[in-house]
Design a binder for this molecule. Structure first.
Ligand code: NAG
Ligand code: NAG
Ligand code: NAG
Ligand code: NAG
Length: 223
């Protein structure tokens, strides 16, 4: 009881866990400063906007592959439906010295039980996102940059709905905000909009879809 109260007051810090990299506590670094871009590379010379950032000041357990999967499941996503993987991996340059790196993972909105639901998503369309990690040595925030979008259903060629990047972002953020939980981990998530980091408009954007240029920064605290 007493010890837990000290944790709450911030008077006691958790000991460093072996293998967990201690970072500077930076929310993110602007990729442009290191020659990167807030648009990923969709393989056709155009890109999808990196319209959500999971802040590097989030709990460290969220800022890795297993952590983002657990969080995404808490807010209604699951890993891609096996066998109906539509579309190749995309790459991003987060200006951290790693250059263009393929997405770590792609998650799709879960329409039912985890695993089967994502197969439905591939057929009827829905929200999905790709994850890129800003962890190169020259800008090691540990932040996760997400390209979030809302797709048409498969009969429409599985492309992004008109305005689908902004809509996808806003739906993702709405699902993430507040208190959520999965597998015994409880998340408290706050949001802040950033303007001026990503250009507005359709220049360079995949499918010629215009974006409002807003990036939403999420800070996720796990307990
Ligand atoms: C990225 O993905 C593409 C397409 O699957 C693949 O050809 C390429 O080798 C990958 N690059 C790296 C660095 O893994
Ligand atoms: C950076 O993140 C990627 C994707 O999760 C991972 O494969 C890689 O090992 C990480 N690099 C470092 C230095 O932690
Ligand atoms: C961020 O911008 C979107 C789009 O304008 C808006 O819907 C949302 O409420 C904003 N969120 C915050 C935290 O300001
Ligand atoms: C992109 O959309 C704009 C209008 O939003 C249009 O003027 C332009 O021709 C389109 N470009 C392509 C390549 O479809």
């Amino acid at each position: 009881m007493f010890v837990s109260a000290l944790f709450k007051l911030g008077l006691l810090a958790l000991p460093a866990v072996a293998g967990v990299v201690k970072r500077a506590g930076v929310a993110y670094y602007d990729p442009a400063h290191g020659g990167g871009s807030m648009l990923d590379n969709a393989g056709d010379g155009l890109g999808e906007p990196l319209n959500v950032i999971i802040s590097g000041e989030s709990s460290s357990e969220v800022l890795n592959e297993a952590g983002i999967i657990n969080f995404a499941q808490a807010i209604g996503f699951s890993t891609e439906c096996l066998g109906i993987h539509l579309g190749g991996p995309q790459s991003a340059n987060l200006g951290d010295g790693n250059g263009w790196v393929n997405q770590t993972i792609e998650m799709r909105e879960d329409y039912g039980s985890t695993g089967v639901g994502t197969c439905l998503e591939s057929l009827i369309g829905g929200n999905h996102f790709r994850v890129f990690v800003q962890n190169g040595t020259s800008a090691d925030s540990g932040a996760l940059f997400l390209a979030v979008s809302k797709e048409e259903d498969v009969e429409e060629g599985h492309t992004i709905v008109p305005n689908g990047y902004d809509i996808g972002r806003d739906q993702f953020v709405t699902a993430a905000l507040g208190t959520t939980s999965n597998n015994g981990v409880t998340y408290t998530t706050t949001a802040q909009n950033i303007t001026g980091l990503m250009p507005a408009g359709s220049a360079g954007v995949n499918h010629n879809i215009s974006i409002d240029g807003i990036v939403t920064l999420l800070t996720v605290t796990a307990s």
